[in-house]
Design a protein around this ligand. Sequence first.
Ligand code: GLP
Length: 233
Amino acid sequence: MKIIIVKNSAAGGKKASELFKQAYNDGARVFGLATGSTPITTYECLVKSDIDFSDCISINLDEYVGLKSTDPQSYRYYMEKNLFIAKPFKKSFLPKGDALDAVEEVQRYDKVIEDNPIDLQLLGIGRNGHIGFNEPGSSFKLKTHKVALTDSTIEANARFFENEQDVPKFAYSMGIGSIMKSKSIILEAFGEDKAEAIAKMVKGPLSEACPASVLQEHDNVTVIIDEAAAIKL
Ligand code: GLP
């Protein structure tokens, strides 16, 4: 793992967007994208950049089960607002939160990922070490699946909702098996509440108890963290 320690999330976003640009110039055309508060500065920099994604495909990590794409809390809405409006892709895929049949939906999404191998995957990390919505205990072999969110994740994501009861209890998530097939990965984390997860990811045992520790096995991972997220390294 290559670890880059930056001053703050603004500097981290700038660095990540530069790596996107470099990947694009090197031929990357399929980008795996993430949501949450962490990648916001990256998207701000990408919006201001001269990268043209109109010949690219984006594939997001996850989506809440039960939310329509027009719901302001959905990850589709987040992506439209923070990136796609300003920088449209040729095609942008996310799991469909309102899909009627969960089994069909995960199969559809796996086919999307198989048909469009990801060149560069952007990741955040949960306080419990989750990536995408692959919670502790998830098999490293999993493909797309429907997952029950842990209390810790529901509590952490409640800040985006009016109250905690509104946070969906299930999500569709790309599996760790699929994430690991990405040719390259950037993981970002900012703030002290991510320090424990970052230390376990980098130094801890390779264990399903910390899903992000699987990245120790990938040969092209760049970790961009601020000083606060690095304090336990
Ligand atoms: C969410 C998302 C993850 C994200 C993580 C951290 O649950 N599913 O993809 O990386 O939690 O979120 P944040 O960046 O807001 O801290």
